[in-house]
Design a protein around this ligand. Structure first.
Ligand SMILES: [Mn+2]
Length: 315
């Protein structure tokens, strides 16, 4: 059972569904899934929604709050966000509930109820379980949106496990249409995204370390999509960094299934960067991100060196 009595009661209160910064499809889908079921809920995205997240949001008629209130007279539900920095500022509330599947959850205030299922391939799957346990009915829209969260977070089912397919099957039974999910998410990319991906490829440098290929590039936005595409091109590890004039930088990383299955873990590497440079890191062994301050090239280079060290320790 995922839910205790305290959590069940908290769901009866006014809900603020908080997605993480630059919210991805899984986070947005989890929020919309709950929003279709709980009338007394509001979705809040304090730092924007990714382009794919927006596509999913545009399939339903909802208002998304852009600035969280300082105090919320009810329950705050943080979705797909392993720490408060990822979705902050988090309002003061009667109860905070975190629902997440990232490897490591930390930094939440005392009294927070945490539903942590790192074996799950998406937060959307945990939302399905929560809805089932609360014995609420899943609408067709809810099912389709949750399926889009699973579809995206599993890299179109490439990282799926047995539980993923079982959840997807339940959603299909509840009326989710797989073709609709593909139509929503695989429509043509905006021009700015296409040109950014091509620039990422143009600026890419790669090196071989033993039997593994490490690629690095720099862009102004769309780091994670760029990193994912470098894996498609053949890299085993992709590091893509961006920075802004305020001195903030972001590093998005991806690793191939093959190197992850040998024990390589990007989250560990980015957590080491956070230890040296401050900022925050999080993710999964094959897909992780770092946000902090500093020179994107220098930080990316440190990460690359750490990847090399880690490769040398693989069996
Ligand atoms: Mn997720």
């Amino acid at each position: 059972m995922l839910l205790n009595e305290k959590i069940k009661d908290a769901f009866k209160d006014e809900l603020l569904l908080l997605v993480h910064h630059h919210a991805d499809v899984d986070s947005v889908a989890s929020a919309i899934g709950l929003n279709t079921i709980f009338e007394n809920s509001t979705i809040c995205a304090s730092d924007g929604i990714s382009s794919h997240g927006q596509k999913v949001a545009s399939t339903v008629d909802i208002q998304i709050m852009e600035k969280p209130p300082e105090i919320w007279e009810g329950t705050v539900v943080a979705l797909d966000s392993p720490n408060p920095e990822h979705c902050g500022p988090v309002p003061e509330a009667k109860q905070i509930i975190v629902i997440d599947h990232h490897t490591k959850i930390e930094g939440w205030p005392e009294g927070t109820e945490i539903i942590h299922q790192p074996q799950r391939t998406s937060t959307a799957e945990i939302i399905l379980e929560v809805i089932k346990e609360l014995e609420l009915e899943i609408t067709e829209t809810c099912a389709t949106v949750l399926l889009s969260g699973i579809y995206t977070d599993t890299g179109q089912f490439r990282h799926a496990n047995k539980e993923t397919f079982s959840a997807a099957s339940d959603l299909a039974k509840a009326g989710a249409d797989p073709q609709e999910v593909i139509n929503i998410l695989d429509s043509e990319r905006p021009m700015i995204q296409k040109t950014t991906f091509l620039k990422a490829a143009q600026r890419m440098k790669w090196r071989q370390e033993g039997k593994w290929l490490i690629a690095q590039s720099f862009v102004g936005s769309f780091e994670s999509g760029s990193a994912r595409l470098m894996i498609v091109l053949g890299a085993d590890i992709a590091l893509v960094a961006s920075g802004n004039k305020k001195g903030e930088m972001r590093l998005s990383t991806r690793a191939s299934n093959r190197i992850v299955s040998e024990g390589f873990n990007l989250t560990k590497i980015l957590e080491e960067i956070a230890e040296i440079n401050g900022g925050s890191a999080g993710g999964h062994p094959g897909a992780a991100g770092y946000n902090g301050k500093g020179d994107p090239e220098a930080i990316s280079e440190i990460a690359r060196q750490k990847c090399v060290d880690s490769i040398r320790q693989l069996p």
